[in-house]
Design a protein around this ligand. Structure first.
Ligand code: C5P
Length: 233
């Protein structure tokens, strides 16, 4: 029997736009598997830096990406700004993106734990990784709002944070992500842009659900029909 096509929700957007929180909540809501693809690039960037390498060194970065082990994705240091900055450098290297492509596509096509769908968040999920995704969101917010959220998040975690520096880091990361030649950050032609500047987490989730809910349910209904068991999905 052919592998059924499971629903995929693609959530893309710039750093600190709230896409991670949203993607995680959508995954919980639909009981889908969730993949934070930024972690892959963070793990590669951190690995290069930790071994004394330069994240802009194409060979070193690609080798690190090819050798990436999923157990490295649990490292708490991945959430730090050093990992983020190194990530956006290795992410501009085509060989790194190619090395991480299959893992992401397989996760989406065959989600772990027998889940009936997947939510992936990143920068190029709707454009490159899963262009056939069931539903696509492009989550964004003004850069000052994103910097403010990130700054508060760092302070809440007990870390030192200086707002102007956070703002500059985000602007530099946005520029690198949007201007790179390989899979630049941009909404897919068929993505719905969700601007969360004036929304809190609950409002953003409610809006996201309005956008993707119908399409996802339709895909689940088709799956149930194809399997001949309406109770299955
Ligand atoms: O989403 P997060 O902030 O964790 O991503 C870290 C960096 O990894 C981004 O700034 C971006 O350069 C890169 N990235 C990417 N493509 C993805 C996910 C992340 O280029 N799908």
């Amino acid at each position: 029997m052919n592998q059924p096509t499971l629903p995929i929700i693609a959530v893309d957007g710039p750093a600190a736009s709230g896409k991670g929180t949203l993607a995680r909540r959508l995954a919980t809501h639909f009981d889908f598997a969730y993949l934070d693809t930024g972690k892959l690039y963070r793990a590669v960037g951190l690995k290069v830096v930790r071994t004394g390498g330069d994240p802009e060194d194409e060979e070193a970065a690609e080798a690190a990406a090819r050798a990436l082990d999923t157990t490295e994705l649990d490292d708490p240091a991945l959430s730090g700004d050093d990992a983020a900055s190194a990530a956006s450098k290795v992410a501009a290297i085509d060989g790194v993106r190619q090395a991480l492509l299959e893992f992401q596509r397989s996760f989406a096509a065959m989600p772990p734990e027998g889940k009936k769908g997947a939510v992936l968040d990143g920068r190029d999920i709707g454009t490159v990784i899963c262009p056939e995704a069931t539903a696509k969101l492009f989550v964004t917010a003004d850069v000052e709002t994103r910097a403010d959220r990130r700054h508060k998040e760092l302070l809440n975690r007990g870390e030192t944070s200086i707002y102007p520096r956070v703002l500059e880091d985000l602007k530099a990361r946005d520029a690198r992500d949007m201007n790179r030649a390989s899979a630049p950050l941009k909404p897919a032609a068929d993505a719905t842009v969700l601007d969360t500047t004036a929304m809190d987490v609950e409002q953003a989730f409610a809006e996201a659900l309005k956008i993707v809910g119908g399409k996802v349910q339709e895909a689940l209904d088709v799956l149930a029909e194809d399997s001949g068991d309406p109770e299955l999905f």
